[in-house]
Design a protein around this ligand. Structure first.
Ligand SMILES: [Zn+2]
Length: 86
């Protein structure tokens, strides 16, 4: 990545939709930095509860470098379908 005077996250925007990150939140599935909308959407995914629980267990066992369970298969298709339905 090129050196820049701007904060890299502000430069690239949300990892999933590219929106500006006035508020940036970390995905529970991986290390993506998300806008509020994408974070809220992620919470509605059927695999979210399991991902959150897995992360909690990792933190409890002092695995602070846990990087998430990974994005569920087909997540981006699921997410764009949810966006269309609103
Ligand atoms: Zn987003």
């Amino acid at each position: 990545m090129m050196a820049t005077t701007k904060h890299p996250m502000l430069e690239t925007g949300c990892a999933r939709c590219g929106n500006d990150l006035s508020v940036s939140l970390m995905s529970r599935f991986n290390t993506d930095v998300l806008c509020m909308n994408c974070e809220a959407l992620e919470r509605e995914h059927p695999a979210f509860a399991a991902a959150e629980e897995t992360e909690l267990l990792a933190v409890r066992s002092a695995d602070y470098n846990f990087r998430g369970v990974g994005l569920p298969a087909g997540y981006s298709n699921w997410a764009s379908q949810q966006r269309r339905e609103r």
